[in-house]
Design a binder for this molecule. Structure first.
Ligand code: SF4
Length: 277
């Protein structure tokens, strides 16, 4: 049968917060019997946009990672809460039962993604409901996906086999696969948040003047791994998708008859600065 999935493209998210605000607009002061109680005005972030800065000026970028409930197929919140307090529907959506979950504050701790929030006034844990009340009412889209101007957020109701084909063709990943929770939220370009780069600039001196070395060849070597890139018009280069804390790399630079090497120890993304040949 068809099940719901969400795809989030990290590269397209501009941190405009339309998704967060539309979630508030939909749920604050609005109760949907059988689905969710009203979301409090403050404190809850049913879609939480996390931010990460990489590198340093001028070779720097920022990634935004929207994180709603991942609607896991192996959900720790279901396993570790009183029976029936959290349920997975046949269409993949995970819902907290506001009646059975009443007073169960410890349920907040069961989610490894921090997606469950405590509503002090109503004495219940709450989280993203995938706007199930809208999907059941023929809307076919969540409020957050509907308002995203860059199409960073999309939802898809397909069979698991079709979704796995989408995962392969679009190179989708899940956030924190090591949790083993089988999320139904998939990310594209997740490396922008989870991985690192080594960047820098190459300059050469011609007739006493310093110039940008465009098309210089950069080789980054670590054991059997070798990455080769070229500098752009401004002499800048970037090797991305590296594991953080991955240790020492040898950086080789070749430009016409000139060359140099240097060691770079990678902990987080780094701009090695201007390398002068
Ligand atoms: Fe449960 Fe957290 Fe998974 Fe959502 S992300 S289904 S709250 S464990």
């Amino acid at each position: 049968m068809n099940k719901w999935n969400m795809i989030i493209d990290v590269e397209k998210c501009e941190d405009c917060n339309n998704c967060f605000l539309s979630c508030k607009d939909e749920h604050v002061d609005n109760e949907f019997p059988g689905y969710s109680l009203a979301q409090p005005r403050h404190g809850h972030r049913w879609i939480n946009i996390m931010r990460k800065e990489r590198g340093s000026y001028p070779l720097i970028d920022v990634a935004y990672l929207p994180v709603p409930c991942q609607h896991c197929d192996s959900a720790p919140c279901i396993e570790n809460s009183p029976k029936g307090a959290v349920n997975k529907r046949e269409d993949g959506i995970v819902l907290i039962d506001p009646v059975k979950a009443k007073g169960q504050k410890d349920m907040v701790k069961t989610c490894p993604y921090g997606a469950i929030y405590w509503n002090e006034e109503k004495n219940v844990p709450q989280k993203c409901s995938f706007c199930a009340h809208l999907l059941d009412d023929e809307w076919k889209i969540t409020r957050c996906a509907q308002v995203c101007p860059t199409l960073s957020l999309t939802v898809l109701c397909v069979t698991d086999a079709e979704m796995q084909r989408e995962v392969v063709s679009e190179k989708l990943e899940v956030y924190h696969p090591e949790y083993g929770t089988k999320p139904r939220v998939y990310y594209k370009n997740l490396y922008r948040y989870t991985h690192c780069f080594i960047a820098g600039s190459i300059a050469i001196t011609i007739d006493g003047k310093e110039e940008c070395a465009d098309n210089a060849e950069i080789a980054l070597i670590k054991g059997d791994e070798k990455y080769i890139v070229q500098t752009d018009t401004f002499g800048d280069f970037k090797v991305d998708r590296l594991e953080k804390n991955s240790g020492k790399y040898i950086l080789e630079v070749r430009y016409k008859e000139k060359s140099t090497t240097m060691d770079v120890v990678l902990t987080e993304s780094v701009n090695v600065g201007v390398i002068k040949l």
